[in-house]
Design a protein around this ligand. Structure first.
Ligand code: PLP
Length: 362
């Protein structure tokens, strides 16, 4: 539509609108000029793995650096799943989770976590989903698409269930850890007794506005990290050496910008939630982390005669030129995902378009 000259507002992508910090770009430039242009070690450069390990109070041997957090997930699944192994994925989930599991021959098992329970997995729902084939539990805190953030008590309650099931591994995707509006707790710290079966996934993409640099990492038990390194060695080898130098500068350089940017995001979040909540047929919980709101629009869908959230989003795009993502893409229909990592001007225009679509004026 844009190519045809149509003025489309998109609140649909999962990346910050901020720029990569200048000192990070300069570090990449310097690294390239200094000759860091050859194959890096498959599991990541020593300085970057050391910085990651230090931040997580881990051993560098427990760290792998990959081409984005996405590759960490793929490596882990390819390295560990046998055909038909089950992976429990709380829904709503990031869209790639089930597909990565399926690509590796596993069976994704979605467990519905409705809005009424804060979009979070309860210990009861976890226990009910476990079978003898369960190999992994995925946890994403703060969450894409809904911003749910697990408290220490909630993580401990899940860890208690897992205590009874020593064969189940936990993949805690904490890529939005720095984007938390209330206290963030890492599963690795909350459940130290489970450490030999927890893989933490993180990276620079979201916190440091570095989605294009493609650097993520995993922190986990050494046998798993070794197996993931073997997989990565046959698929991509080490992640870009220049990007690793940039990621090192991001982790070891000034950190004030994280708090500054978080404050900007919090203001945008509050504005977006207030406006959406005032619209008829829309219920919008306040996300505790990340940069997405995930309002329930079932009331609006029923009133306007839409049977699916996909049809609702398609009409919103066609009639009001606004792109957002339907909840069904994340395994929980009846919702929309809007990113607020956009300028206030774009957010303003986008929200006015929803309001008009719902017949609620400007
Ligand atoms: N995990 C979650 C929950 C995400 O939302 C994303 C990106 O959208 C990723 C992982 C992938 O991150 P990366 O860009 O580092 O591959």
């Amino acid at each position: 539509m844009r190519a045809k000259g149509i003025d489309v507002v998109a609140l649909s992508t999962g990346e910050p609108d901020f720029v990569t910090p200048a000192h990070v770009i300069e570090a990449a430039h310097a690294a390239a000029l200094q000759g860091q242009t050859r194959y890096p070690a498959t599991r990541g450069t020593a300085p970057l793995r050391a910085a990651i390990a230090e931040g997580a109070r881990a051993n560098p041997a427990e760290v792998i650096v990959s081409t984005g957090a996405k590759q960490v997930l793929a490596n882990a699944m390819l390295a560990s799943l046998d055909p038909g192994d089950e992976v429990i994925i709380p829904a709503p989930y990031w869209t790639s989770y089930p597909d990565i599991v399926a690509l590796a021959g596993g069976r994704p098992v979605a467990v519905a976590c409705p809005m009424a329970q804060g979009f979070k997995l309860t210990p009861e729902a976890l226990a009910a989903a476990i079978t003898p084939r369960t190999r992994w539990l995925f946890l994403n805190t703060p969450s894409n698409p809904c911003g749910a953030l697990y408290t220490e008590a909630e993580l401990s309650a899940l860890a208690e269930v897992l205590d009874q099931h020593p064969d189940i591994m936990v993949l805690a995707d904490e890529i939005y850890a720095h984007l938390a509006y209330t206290a963030f707790r890492s599963f690795r710290d909350v459940a130290p007794a489970l450490r030999d079966r927890v893989l933490i996934v993180n990276g620079v993409s979201k916190a440091y506005a570095m989605t294009g640099w493609r650097i993520g990492w995993g922190i986990g038990p050494r046998p798993l990290i070794d197996a993931m390194t073997a997989v990565q060695g046959q698929i991509t080898s080490g992640a870009s050496s220049i990007s690793q130098a940039a990621a090192l500068a991001a982790l070891t350089g000034p950190q004030d910008l994280l708090a500054e940017r978080l404050a900007v995001l919090r203001d945008r979040r509050d504005g977006v939630v207030a406006r959406l909540s005032a619209m008829p047929g829309v219920r919008c919980p306040v996300p505790d982390g990340a940069f997405y709101v995930f309002p329930n629009v079932e009331g609006a869908m029923a009133r306007l005669g839409f049977e699916t959230d996909g049809a609702f989003c398609a009409a919103l795009l066609e009639h009001r030129q606004l792109a957002v993502v339907p909840g069904s893409a994340f395994g929980l229909p009846g919702h929309l995902r809007l990113s607020f990592a956009y300028s206030t001007e774009d957010l303003d225009r986008g929200l006015s378009r929803i309001a008009k679509f719902l017949g609620a004026g400007h």
